[in-house]
Design a binder for this molecule. Structure first.
Ligand SMILES: Nc1ncnc2c1ncn2[C@@H]1O[C@H](COP(=O)(O)OP(=O)(O)OP(=O)(O)O)[C@@H](O)[C@H]1O
Ligand SMILES: [Mg+2]
Length: 417
């Protein structure tokens, strides 16, 4: 492994336990921007600290899931520590053994979101734990992991990207760092000397709005105001659409009977997508609810004249999915409904003019100006107000399901999952 020079902050996050002015801390918390070198320097530091101070003890590496832990920490650490320690990995049983200077310790792998990890970690005694991406783990898992650290001299190592300022980890660990006797280091991409300028710029283009503040500036901020403040009629709305570059047509549907039902017809090109027609029906306002069969007729009309590759439907709309299938005309898919990831991806695409809307799609245009974050302080997690969100949801289904290839251009080498 070729190291670039370590930045002062990386060096501190690696060696704080050995330095006079920081050795008495019980924990270290590194937060801040993506790609800022937190995971690498802490992982090396954690191994050096544990190997120097302990023998025949157990430690834990925790990630959001075992898979992400292996990808982000376990696999790269073997390169990072090549020639420094001897590592024997047992990937299938989720642990590794390390030997150094006559000491040997075992390191178990846990995924905060993996059901089985929760039970396994309950029984174990640890001398230290490293939690990579701790803000993505359930609080109960983190607290269980910390409760297992009962060996004298044990220390806790946390790192993460910022989330909402209402997030429990921010309130409990960052704001209360002196109470918890934790050393807090804030990283930015400038603390990673190995990042080339063009890579930094690519990451900066990838995030906008609240996600720029969190992932690039490294700040814990609440999501508030409009969800898509970058939406601009001058940039994103077109009058006449020339379909000569279309690769495929798709329809995305947010289904509702009492609530409005929204359908969007999208033309996907190599580097952008255009919403060219839409259907929007508000059963409550019109005082008449439509049946699945009536909605199906609306879908056929919307698609009329266009070869539709896939229809993406709200995954909870089981009855409507069955109706579409029964007619045997469209290939229907349940849409991926991860809300925050979908919003973040949509923001990236809008910011880079990769989603355009035809002027005739009045309902989505109206929702763009109304769709807001719910910034009530009682929410620990990002929450959107569930009003004026129907065309917004069908757009998100389309982005999550059909725009992956275009998004990759912005997310090469580790966009956040
Ligand atoms: N001193 C260094 N020398 C060489 N490569 C480095 C150095 N520091 C970091 N890197 C590389 O930079 C990339 C980002 O580092 P790392 O994964 O530690 O960042 P991170 O802050 O954990 O990012 P994220 O928040 O996205 O998880 C990695 O590919 C890592 O190997
Ligand atoms: Mg990391």
């Amino acid at each position: 492994m070729m190291y670039t020079e370590l930045s002062p902050k990386q060096l501190k996050s690696m060696l704080w336990w050995a330095w006079d002015d920081t050795r008495n801390y019980d924990a270290i918390v590194c937060d801040g921007s993506v790609r800022s070198g937190k995971t690498m320097s802490m992982t090396i530091g954690f191994v050096l600290w544990s190997m120097k101070n302990f023998h025949a003890e157990n430690f834990a590496f925790c990630g959001k899931t075992i898979d992400s832990l292996k990808r982000n920490v376990i696999t790269p650490m073997q390169k990072w520590l090549e020639g420094i320690v001897k590592i024997k990995v047992n990937l299938s049983r989720n642990y590794l053994d390390i030997k150094m200077c006559g000491h040997m310790n075992r390191y178990y792998f846990f995924g905060g979101k993996d059901e089985s990890s929760y039970q396994l970690i309950q029984g174990i005694t640890l001398a230290g734990v490293l939690l990579d991406e701790v803000a993505l783990m359930p609080r109960s898992f983190v607290e269980q992991a910390l409760a297992r650290c009962s060996v004298t001299g044990s220390k806790l190592w946390f790192n993460c990207n910022p989330d909402s300022s209402e997030h429990w980890f921010y309130k409990e660990w960052i704001q209360k760092r002196s109470e918890k006797n934790a050393l807090h280091l804030h990283f930015t991409m400038d603390d990673n000397y190995s990042l080339a300028a063009d890579v930094k710029q690519r990451y900066e283009r990838m995030y906008t709005g609240v996600f720029y503040d969190r992932y690039i500036r490294g700040l814990w901020v609440l999501a508030e105001g409009l969800v898509y403040p970058m939406f601009d009629r001058n940039r994103h709305v077109i009058k006449n659409y020339d379909n000569s570059a279309v690769i495929d047509y798709y329809i995305s549907i947010d289904y509702g009977t009492l609530n409005p039902c929204s359908m969007g017809l999208w033309a996907l090109e190599k580097d952008k997508a255009v919403r060219i027609r839409e259907y929007y029906y508000d059963g409550r306002r019109k005082n008449i609810q439509k049946t699945d069969e009536e909605y199906y007729q609306a879908l056929e009309q919307l698609a009329d004249g266009y070869p539709i590759r896939h229809v993406f439907v709200d995954p909870s709309a089981a009855s409507f999915i069955t109706t579409i299938k029964r007619h045997g005309k469209f290939r229907v898919r349940k849409a991926n409904n991860s809300v925050i990831d979908g919003i973040r991806n949509t923001m990236t695409l809008l910011e880079n003019d990769r989603i355009l809307i035809c002027e005739c799609c009045q309902d989505i245009l109206r929702e763009f100006s109304l769709y807001r974050w719910d910034d009530k302080k009682s929410h620990e997690k990002d929450t959107v107000i569930k009003e004026n969100d129907h065309a917004m949801d069908d757009m998100r289904y389309f982005v999550n399901s059909a725009m992956g290839r275009i998004l990759k251009e912005f997310c090469r080498n580790g966009g956040k999952e």
